[in-house]
Design a protein around this ligand. Structure first.
Ligand code: ZN
Length: 276
């Protein structure tokens, strides 16, 4: 790595990783979200590798952000995100899979879960909702974590609920003990959707009409409300679900937004790990 570039980037990100107060209350877990910072690196702090993005720059940005969050960038574990509801269990051997450019992927799926120290779960976002989950564990079982990517398709497929169920069966997690953080995502203020999206949601979640609203002539979909409700329906307690309350699309460019900046914009990351 060109140290000059990393050194130049560090002051910009020093205090800028977003953290959840709720998740920060659990010892032994490091987490944080990267964001968009104009002038950081060659693409405003982008950490995504997909074309047309500059992979070497994105790897440098991953390293810069990792040092801020307090995790080892060489141990990042990422999946190929496909807007589905598959949940991938990440093992200690997976640490580093997908960290550097062209270093593979854990699998195809939008939810990563783990109860092993070592791998740093890393999901990529540009409007799609980032969800981090923590099972603090108890005297019988250790802690467990999850990182989830939920756009409208994943939400319709209940990727949040599937992740909680997977943590129950894999780790013995109890939903009422889980802590959740819903990070910045496109808000209903900016997320006008077509009737295809509205109908898919209504068919999948007949109870979820509150996540749809009429805004002028169009329909708006509230990803945050939809996912928070899905978490409650699978047993999470409302006071254990923290919401960032930030819209990626109208927050003044502090986040990458597919809707407001176009498909070639960068990606920010949600990061979580069990500390070694
Ligand atoms: Zn907005």
């Amino acid at each position: 790595m060109r140290l000059s570039s990393l050194e130049a980037a560090l002051p910009l990100v020093e205090t800028r990783a977003l953290r959840s107060a709720l998740l920060s209350s659990v010892p032994g877990i490091a987490h944080g979200l990267t964001r968009r910072i104009p002038g950081m690196g060659r693409a405003d702090g982008n950490v995504g590798y997909g074309p047309p993005r500059d992979k070497e720059d994105a790897w440098e940005m991953r390293q810069a952000w990792a040092s801020v969050v307090g995790v080892d960038p060489a141990r990042l574990a990422t999946a190929g995100q496909v807007h589905g509801n598959a949940v991938l269990r990440v093992r200690s051997d997976d640490a580093g899979v997908g960290a550097r450019p062209d270093s593979g992927r854990v699998g195809l799926g939008d939810a990563l879960i783990s109860n092993e120290a070592g791998p740093v779960l890393f999901s990529l976002h540009a409007d799609c909702l980032p969800l981090l989950l923590v099972d603090p564990g108890d005297h019988r079982r250790g802690p467990a974590i999850a990182a989830v990517h939920a756009g409208w398709r994943g939400t319709v497929a209940d990727v949040a609920g599937e992740t909680v169920r997977a943590m129950q069966s894999a780790f013995g997690s109890r939903p009422e003990e889980l802590l959740a953080y819903i990070g910045p995502a496109i808000g209903a203020c900016c997320y006008e959707v077509g009737s295809d999206v509205a109908e898919a949601w209504q068919a999948a979640a007949p109870w979820g009409t509150q996540a749809l609203s009429r805004d002028g002539g169009g329909l708006a979909f509230d990803l945050v409300r939809a996912n928070a409700t899905q978490l409650e329906r699978v047993g999470l307690l409302p006071h254990r679900i923290e919401q960032a309350g930030v819209c990626t699309s109208c927050s003044g460019g502090a986040w990458f937004s597919h809707r407001s900046q176009g498909p070639t914009t960068g990606r920010f990351a949600a990061i979580i790990t069990l500390e070694v």
